[in-house]
Write a protein that binds this ligand. Structure first.
Ligand SMILES: [Fe+2]
Ligand SMILES: [Fe+2]
Length: 169
């Protein structure tokens, strides 16, 4: 079976995982240049899902949001808010935990990508063109205020996770 949309996003997940792993080989001396590439890459990936794929799928679904969309959006918000913080062991543990569950929900059989691809079969070429033309999301310098951390923790809670539980796991 030919699943270009599924392949496009799944390949991007693997690409981003590998950038992240390379950035944090030495957790005490994180490669911030690579981590910058990860931030730009993941935020751009989220933009492609939220602004192109999920929108096209919902339109093709008589404007009814797909069942998984709400949870995935909450997790996008959460991932985005963690991208604001300077990475450290705790932040990275949270991030990897959420990303693993998140990517699986998108990639699994019967997951979001499969559902979106099935709904948009008529527009695959058009969607791929839009994806390829997506501009990179600019990132701001880190913000390590208590407020930024609180925002991130709250977005994690909203997505159904608990900061302390993940760290203790
Ligand atoms: Fe996503
Ligand atoms: Fe994704």
């Amino acid at each position: 079976m030919d699943n270009p949309i599924y392949d496009f996003f799944t390949k991007d997940h693997r690409r981003l995982e590998s950038i992240l792993e390379n950035a944090i080989v030495d957790i005490n001396n994180i490669n911030l240049e690579l981590y910058h590439d990860f931030r730009v890459g993941i935020l751009t990936h989220i933009k492609m899902e939220e602004k192109i794929l999920f929108v096209a799928a919902q339109r093709a679904n008589n404007n009814v949001p797909l069942p998984m969309a709400a949870q995935l959006r909450l997790e996008h918000g959460c991932i985005t808010s963690f991208m604001v913080l300077t990475p450290n062991a705790s932040i990275l543990k949270i991030l990897k935990h959420v990303l693993t569950i998140h990517d699986e929900m998108e990639e699994k059989n019967g997951g979001m990508y499969e559902a979106c691809e099935a709904l948009t079969k008529e527009q695959t070429a058009e969607i791929l063109t839009q994806l390829q033309n997506t501009t990179l999301v600019p990132v701001h310098p880190f913000n390590d205020s208590d407020f930024a951390l609180e925002v991130a923790k709250r977005s994690l809670t909203r997505a159904g996770y608990n900061y302390d539980t993940i760290l203790a796991g």
